[in-house]
Design a protein around this ligand. Sequence first.
Ligand SMILES: NC(=O)c1ccc[n+]([C@@H]2O[C@H](COP(=O)([O-])OP(=O)(O)OC[C@H]3O[C@@H](n4cnc5c(N)ncnc54)[C@H](O)[C@@H]3O)[C@@H](O)[C@H]2O)c1
Length: 449
Amino acid sequence: MRIAVIGSGYVGLVAGTCFAESGNTVVCVDVDEKKIDGLNNGVIPIYEPGLDEMVKHNVKEGRLSFTTDNDTAVKASEIVFIAVGTPPGEDGSADLQYVLEAARGVGRAANGPKIIVDKSTVPVGTADLVKEAAESQTKYRMTVVSNPEFLKEGAAIDDFMKPDRVVVGSDNENARDVMHRLYEPFVHDNPNKIIHMDVRSAEVTKYAANAMLATRISFMNEIANICERVGADVTRVRSGIGSDGRIGMPFLYAGCGYGGSCFPKDVQAIIRTAGEHDYDFEILKAVESVNAKQKFLLFNKLMKHFGGDIAGKTFAVWGLAFKPRTDDMREAPAIYIINSLLEQGAKVKATDPEAIAVAKEIFGDKIEYCEHPYDTLDGADAMLLVTEWSEFRNPDFDTVKSRLKSPVIFDGRNIYPKGELAKQGFTYYPIGSNPAVNEAHKSADPVRA
Ligand SMILES: NC(=O)c1ccc[n+]([C@@H]2O[C@H](COP(=O)([O-])OP(=O)(O)OC[C@H]3O[C@@H](n4cnc5c(N)ncnc54)[C@H](O)[C@@H]3O)[C@@H](O)[C@H]2O)c1
């Protein structure tokens, strides 16, 4: 099939490349000339494992190309995916200006009827607006399909090539068949993974999925906050509840809050959609406010440890990206933590395997960047683990201790062995268990950490 993908960011670039990988001819479009120039010179604008090789392979095979020329790309394609950003507007609703501009661009360029696929995460009813916007610019009929994307940054290629499910929302039989054929190569193990439904249900599905996942995180964070107060350990509670088949283990980790380009904005957007339809989405409002507080939890623990005065102190921050295996820092907890430290007059030395370049755009020279994690520790009053990159999981704690000014670790992702750290003389602050309270509550025959 001949496909145009408008918007060559995390989603558009991955989707376009994976469609090319399955034999389609794909042109990825973007308004960002620098990005397209880079792509045409083999420079991949984002860090995503496996993407670089796949892009280069498909470009070489002549199935994948990049352009800023929307008209030519649309004219050459039967299907046009819209994968531009939908950032939150001031009131929390999804800002559709990029989606609707892309839709008008399809209409302006159309040389016949087209299937337009909404890949961007958009509020219910957007497909109608996209159709209207595109058809306002052309005499041809546009068919709009909702095909929300569920890939996870850091595992995007795998998620796209081997999806759990593909949601296709369409009220048009031909478009439904075309989408089914397009996705069949990705689900050959089980074609039932392509779930067909009406457009509006597909639009709601994406928000419902992200809202559910965000809810699990905030729920566990509240359980963690209780555990800390009552002498329980959230990691054990997680095993205890996650083993229930109705609950399951994934997305039950307590931590220092969720970030990223999706959960925060999608939770806000569905709250807003509910409000517009005269419904108060109470659970999600709580999910959001729990998360907002959780992003300051490590900082608050740190302030308490240092008696409320950290001016002039130095802190080592391990992890800047909002999660491992990506360079994406949108809404990352690290931003909130670092800004709070700086506001209190502290110095920050930070490291991340992939996100330092992005962090430089955010913090400039306000913080020090270290390529090697250990270099952040020299002269630091404590270490804060913010993103659980695998290379941070097993540091040599003798080295960590010798290079830190004082052996204090604030672990925002519960990745370190608390028993061992205590033995080695660290003061260790995990999330969801409080070693001091736990000690006081230990029975005569305790289960050791
Ligand atoms: N990032 C994720 O993990 C993820 C996962 C699922 C869904 N989504 C959704 O997918 C959409 C895209 O997200 P993203 O993370 O890829 O965004 P992004 O910001 O990385 O990329 C968007 C791209 O669109 C380009 N663009 C904007 N207007 C354009 C236009 N008129 N024509 C051509 N290009 C244009 C921008 O220059 C940018 O390169 C959002 O709605 C997001 O919510 C994202």
